[in-house]
Design a protein around this ligand. Sequence first.
Ligand SMILES: C[S@@+](CC[C@H](N)C(=O)[O-])C[C@H]1O[C@@H](n2cnc3c(N)ncnc32)[C@H](O)[C@@H]1O
Length: 395
Amino acid sequence: MQTLFQQLDTFLTHTQNYWRFEPFHHSAEPALPWSEPKLKEWLLGLSERQIETFKAQPDTLIEQLAPFIANLTDFHTLTALHKIQHSAPELTAIEQGVPGRKYDQVRLMGGAALAHHHGSEWLEWCSGKGYLGRVLAQNSQQRVTSFEFQQALCESGQADADALQLEMHFIQGDAFDGASQAVFHRQQHAVALHACGDLHVRLMQYASRASLSAITLSPCCYHLIEDETYQPLSQFARNSALHLSRSELRIPLQETVTGGERVRRHRFAEMSYRLGLDELLRYELSMEQYLPVPSIKKSQLSAGFEAFCQWAAQQKQLSLPEVDYAGYQQRGEQRFWLMERLSLVQQGFRRLLEMWLVLDKALYLNEQGYQVTLSEFCDRATTPRNILIHAVKSG
Ligand SMILES: C[S@@+](CC[C@H](N)C(=O)[O-])C[C@H]1O[C@@H](n2cnc3c(N)ncnc32)[C@H](O)[C@@H]1O
C-alpha cells in the first residue's frame, strides 16, 4: 500500500493540469488547461451523444483517454479493488420502504462486516435510523450501539429496534464533541456506512485510540470538512506535495448514478442558463468574476432562460439591459458542452483521486496498528461510493 500510494501520489502530482481545474469556470476561457493538441482535437471532435456515452461508461472513457495520457490505464489497473466475497444476509429486520439502492447498500455492507467480524459487540457510527445496525444485531445476536446526532432518528431507530426485539441501543451525541469517545470500547467492531468527511476521520481517530477490535467503513463526501484543505492522516500523505482544496475534494463525488432523462434535461437547462447568464453579465455589465446565483426550484426552469435571468437579477438586485436573450442562451449551451468535454478529462482521474484519499486512510490505520484491506462492497450502479475500508487490530 505504501508503494502504491507513493506511485499514485507522484502520478497525480505530475498530471495535475488534467484534473486540477473547475470545468464550470474554466469553460469561460478559450485556452484549455493542458497543451496536448491531439487531446484537444479528440475532445472537440466528440459529438454530444459520444460525450454522454463516455460520461456514463467510465471504463470506456479511460480506454479512450489512454493514448493521450501516459500511464492512466496502468494506474486504474493498479488501484482496482476486488469485490468483497460474502453471502449477503436477507433483511427481515429492515422495513419496507427503504429505497432500493439503500436497501442493497445496507445488505451488502452488513454482509461484508459480518463475514469479517472481530469483537464481541458492534458500534454503528453516525447510524441514522440504524438500518445497518439492525442487520448486524439480527445476524450476529450481539449488542449494537448506534451513535447518531439527530434525536428524532435515534428515537425512531430505537422504537423500530425494540419492536423487532433487537439488542440495539441508540446514543444521541455529537461526533465532534470529545465526550463521544466514551462510546468506544476495545471489544467493539465499529461500522460506518457513508459517514461524511470529518465524521469518518473522527471514527478512525477515536476507534484507533480506544484500540477497537475492528473498523469497517465506507467513506463519502470527502469535502465535508472543517478545514479549507484536506488534512492528510498518514505520514506518507503528510509528505505529499498535493494539497487538496475543499472544492478539489468534490472531484471524486462527481460521478453520480444517473438519474435518468428528466434529471439530465434539468441539469442541462440549469447549467446552460447559469453559463448563459454569466456570458450576459460579462459582456453587457462588464462583470469579470462569476456571480454565484442561489439555487432554483427545478419547476422554475420551465419558464425559460429570460425568466431565469430576470429572477437571478432580482435575487442579486441588478437591473438588466434589453439584450438578445436567445443569443446568450445559445452561448450558455455552447459553454455547457465545452464544460462537459473538459469534465471528461477530469473524470479520467476521479477514481484515482478517491483512491489517494482512501489509501491515506488505510495507511493511517496501518500506522495505528491495524491490518487493513480495501475492497468494493457493491457495484457502482448501487452507489459510486462503494469502497470498503476494513481494519483489524493486529496481535
Ligand atoms: C450520510 S448519513 C448516513 C446514515 C447511515 N449510516 C446510513 O447510511 O443510512 C450521515 C449521518 O450522520 C449523522 N451526523 C451528522 N453529523 C453528525 C455528528 N456531528 N455527530 C453524529 N452524527 C452525525 C447524520 O444525522 C446522518 O444520520
